[in-house]
Ligand binder design. Sequence first.
Ligand SMILES: Cc1cc2nc3c(=O)[nH]c(=O)nc-3n(C[C@H](O)[C@H](O)[C@H](O)COP(=O)(O)OP(=O)(O)OC[C@H]3O[C@@H](n4cnc5c(N)ncnc54)[C@H](O)[C@@H]3O)c2cc1C
Length: 523
Amino acid sequence: MGSLNVPTRASLLGRIEAQAWDLIVIGGGITGAGVAQQAARRGWKVLLLEQRDFAWGTSSRSSKLVHGGLRYLKEGDIKTTLHSVWERERLMREAPALVQPQSFLFADCAGRKPGRWLMQTGLMVYDLMAGQRSHFYAKLARTRELAPGLNPPNLRGALVFLDAKTDDARLVQRVLQEAQTDGAVCLNYAAAFELLLEHGQVTGVTVEDAVHGGRYTARARAVVNATGAWADRLRAHLGAKPMLRPLRGSHLLISHARLPVTQSISMMHVKDGRPVFLYPWEGCTLIGTTDLDHQGDLNTEASITTAEVDYLLDAVNDQFPQAHIGRADIISTYAGVRPVVDDGQADASKATRDHVAQDECGLITLTGGKLTTFRLMAQDALALAAPHAGKAFARDKAVLFTPASQHPQWSAPVRERLQARYGRHAASWAASATPDELAFVPTTQTLWVELRLAAQNESVVHLDDLLLRRTRLGLLLPRGALDHMDRIRTLTEPYLQWGDAGWDAELARYRSLIARHYGLPMR
Ligand SMILES: Cc1cc2nc3c(=O)[nH]c(=O)nc-3n(C[C@H](O)[C@H](O)[C@H](O)COP(=O)(O)OP(=O)(O)OC[C@H]3O[C@@H](n4cnc5c(N)ncnc54)[C@H](O)[C@@H]3O)c2cc1C
């Protein structure tokens, strides 16, 4: 119910048919955002369509690690590891505070795999790829200092190394912002409904406005299908055989005070030897993840199961046996579906995480892969789209993010936070923020002003857009942040203009959503 900036949305919808597009990108996750950004920067006329909210799909439900991919190294995939390490370094350099270094600690326990020497060899190669030495072996006393309470059976030390973390939904938003600055039109709640075909080639799509219900026809020289786990659905319009294996991964968020880690504790699950981790994220401790074939309807949000909750709690309590973390400690949960290309592996965790870029009748499908390598993936898609779009294309290493602006009166933590989220717009958008708005929401690293700025500038249509993706307060605070609703409403209602009935409807929708998909499953 309700929408922000109706004139702006209306004017964007009006442009769908008025313009001949070079490229239509379907899907507003990190993959689609990356393609839109790379194309718009090259001067292509780009329209991006997202059926729900930006990052509503997997790109707000990942483990939020911008990682070099140690697991690819273990599987001998040097190329993927190298690309991931380089992209990680680039993102940390260009978007510091949005993509931040995170120290990882892997407990070395007598009798458990992988042993110290295997890990150390892998980490040496990993460091070589990044061109720096970041790993070391911590003896038992040092391990206990670095991770108080860590006490798995037979602990004798730990390997410590560096990787990076982010806020995935904000990364998408920042990439979209760059694309928009370069002229891309990006619409949420606008689904590509049907493919338009001429002489067997895809020449556009019909678009359904999920806010007001209108239908539009968008024509383009090239169309990219960046719909992640949904990619087979659009391909089915061309009669193409399915190629994806949807795999669900779920996470728990608990209060940082209950498990106050500063390191990311990385481990192999005692039951099945799968990698699992927990780490400090946005003022909470995040625990993940699982890897299971997902049978549910993709258009219904995925949810964690009781078995997954127990599996993740077992992992934590194995590493921190005195912490006794239980269901009562869980603030929220979330689940996402990986768009994994089906390579016939029996074990889901061993299925390839590589991406696919392919051209079928002018529909360029780009799926699989991960957050970290979105820039390289986008260039693969544009290489295929360029001949259709009648454009010259060359891969490049141009800077992704334009430098962030700042305000002289901001403290360092406020500056970092705003620059990470709003980049070049940080100073102009937040210049009028009051001291109250520049305070942190208790127990989180979120500034109150982020709510207002989202409502004002970031195409918020529903309350869950505001609380689950523009900010993450719905995940970070008990009861989905409902206890703060008065202040949230005061800050945002001048811009959302929902009216009393609209707020009531949004609250009812949000309550039901968080109860069904972001809490604990019923036993
Ligand atoms: C549990 C889990 C943990 C992960 N952890 C990490 C990690 O730590 N690091 C990492 O690098 N990667 C990680 N990944 C992988 C990464 O999250 C995904 O590869 C990435 O988010 C996929 O992005 P995407 O844009 O391709 O798909 P999505 O984010 O799903 O975006 C596709 C979008 O297309 C939209 N769409 C579908 N059909 C239509 C249509 N007809 N019209 C318009 N829009 C449509 C959907 O609504 C959706 O928003 C993880 C994945 C999972 C599931």
